[in-house]
Design a protein around this ligand. Structure first.
Ligand SMILES: C[S@@+](CC[C@H](N)C(=O)[O-])C[C@H]1O[C@@H](n2cnc3c(N)ncnc32)[C@H](O)[C@@H]1O
Length: 163
């Protein structure tokens, strides 16, 4: 099971829901992809696209990722992409998401690099330094296992919930 938002992939034209569907293909109909966003509009769009494709095993959750309670929602991993720079309290999102996955589970964060060319994505002053994201991870009880600059604009922090 996955708890996720969507992901921007380098070099691809990204449509809303793109990564939810990519993950759904990986998970298959015997699993569940949780698509979490506080925007009802974003998830309404995903719902329309799910209906077109006949994919029922993406469960949409309209909620604040910083405060959602994990009642009934447990996931094998979490993917948090292009959300933290939008959030009011990004550190709190990481602290909360840790509660949804078991010890050892991967938690992957995708963000825009502050030293990127800024030809797409948010302006430079909205971008988060990877060192800051990694510090928030550690404070949330995550072990940072990898850092990857995917493109000039994008990076990934790969962490695991501590045991
Ligand atoms: C740039 S969009 C990224 C959307 C998607 N994750 C992607 O990668 O294409 C940022 C999204 O973060 C969501 N967001 C910001 N803060 C949030 C929070 N505290 N809880 C849930 N969603 C949040 C916004 O509603 C918005 O849809």
């Amino acid at each position: 099971m996955h708890l996720l938002t969507t992901l921007r992939l380098p070099g691809a034209i990204i449509l809303p829901g793109f990564v939810s569907f990519a993950l759904a293909d990986r998970v298959g109909p015997t699993g569940v992809v949780y698509a979490l966003d506080r925007s009802p509009g974003a998830l309404a769009h995903l719902e329309r696209r799910q209906k077109e494709r006949g994919i029922g095993y993406i469960q949409r959750i309209i909620a604040d990722a910083a405060t959602l309670q994990p009642d009934g929602v447990q996931a094998g991993s979490a993917l948090i992409t292009m959300v933290l720079h939008h959030a009011d309290d990004p550190a709190e999102i990481l602290r909360n998401v840790v509660r949804f996955v078991p010890p050892g589970a991967p938690v992957v964060i995708g963000e825009f690099h502050p030293e990127g060319p800024c030809t797409s994505g948010p302006p430079r002053n909205h971008r988060l330094a990877p060192e800051k994201v990694q510090e928030w991870c550690r404070n949330a009880g995550l072990v940072v296992v990898a850092y990857q600059r995917q493109t000039q604009e994008h990076y990934l922090v790969v962490a695991q919930r501590d045991h």
